[in-house]
Design a protein around this ligand. Structure first.
Ligand code: UT7
Length: 321
């Protein structure tokens, strides 16, 4: 069985901040931030919680499926490193916010910026044990503006707030392919319970390029596909230069690597979901595309999932009949 995408949604923080915001109080410039990261703006919350962002993205996702029976949702996973509280989980509160059935499994997942990809792999495995037609809601939601050190000029400009939601079911077909890499390590990147993000940017950059290339090559090998058989590489949006480096590694053109890093910055677990929604909502996912989603982050963690020729339309008709 393979994952089949039914719908997507997103929500972004209400405040738009450009690079001059940071230049107004730090020794930095708009030009430096653009050149080193590709980021021009990012969205920060005003007073929205992580749950508010997750619920808005999930409502956007479900709202696009007219007639969809929400009782089909049996699994809700929220990937996040910036949940509002330890308990209740954001995903548990989504049951209430979205008026979902109560005989469902919900949990939050922390794999830093790899969380959305890990969430898909977990959802795929859980759906295999549930009745046909069951659906999983996989959300990535972050309020990173509350976890940065605003005076750390080497990292504070990178991060944004937002959520990406996606709804999946299983359809007949070959399995999807997944690869992960974990190197238990806190020196490169850490966020304490009461300490802000601390990061060795250069080391994280090297990890991202080396390990993300490796997990992508692994899923391609599992699927017996060359790199150019993947229509779209939907990568964690952390730095345009990291994406460019992966592009060079795989020797593929920029059209295969959609981005929104320039506008949204790095939203950790949410970034792949937000980008997926942009592609879905603009009609760029036609139900036949082969996708490779890959992320990396603290842990250190890294993961890629290859979705070979997913289907959208037929499943929507079945499930909304
Ligand atoms: O989701 C995962 C989260 N983390 C990441 O993805 C981070 C990955 N790493 C990066 O994105 C990049 O390493 C950064 C964008 C964070 C930094 O870019 P870089 O090209 O690696 O810069 P650098 O750290 O090598 O710093 C180059 C210079 C340094 O000065 P010296 O030592 O060459 O004199 C820094 O002190 O730039 C200086 N610098 C800045 N200058 C102006 C560092 N931050 C700034 C700044 N404005 N904001």
């Amino acid at each position: 069985m393979k994952l089949s995408l039914l719908s997507c949604g997103q929500a972004l923080g209400k405040r738009v901040l450009d690079n001059n915001y940071f230049a107004s109080y730090l020794d930095t410039t708009d030009q430096w931030i653009r050149e080193r990261s590709g980021i021009v703006t990012r969205y920060w919350v005003e007073d929205e919680s992580t749950l508010d962002l997750a619920a808005a993205a999930a409502a956007d996702c479900l709202g696009k499926l007219q007639g969809f029976d929400r009782s089909r949702i049996s699994v809700v996973i929220c990937a996040s490193i910036s949940t509002d509280e330890a308990v209740p989980a954001v995903s548990a509160m989504l049951q209430k916010e979205l008026d979902l059935d109560t005989d469902i499994m919900t949990f939050d997942l922390n794999a830093a910026c790899s969380g959305f990809v890990y969430g898909l792999e977990v959802a795929r495995n859980l759906l295999c044990t549930r009745p046909p037609g069951s659906c999983a809601l996989v959300v990535g939601a972050e309020r990173l503006s509350r976890t940065i050190d605003p005076n750390d000029r080497s990292s504070c400009f990178l991060f944004g707030d937002g959520a990406g939601a996606s709804l999946w079911t299983l359809s007949a077909g070959k399995e999807d392919y997944f690869a992960a890499k974990t190197i238990g390590q806190r020196d490169m990147l850490s966020v304490g319970h009461s300490e802000p993000i601390s990061m060795d940017g250069r080391a994280v950059f090297r990890f991202a390029v080396t390990e993300m290339s490796e997990v992508i090559r692994k899923v391609l090998a599992q699927a017996s596909l060359p790199a150019n058989a993947v229509d779209l590489y939907i990568l964690h949006q952390a730095n345009q230069r990291i994406i460019d480096a992966i592009m060079r590694e795989l020797q593929l053109p920029a059209e295969r690597f959609p981005t929104n890093i320039e506008r949204c910055g790095n939203t950790s677990s949410a970034s792949i979901g937000i980008l997926l929604d942009e592609l879905f909502s603009s009609g760029q996912l036609d139900g036949q595309k082969t996708l490779c989603l890959a992320g990396f982050g603290g842990g250190m963690s890294c993961g890629a999932i290859l979705l070979k020729g997913h289907e959208i339309a037929e499943r929507i008709l079945d499930l909304c009949g």
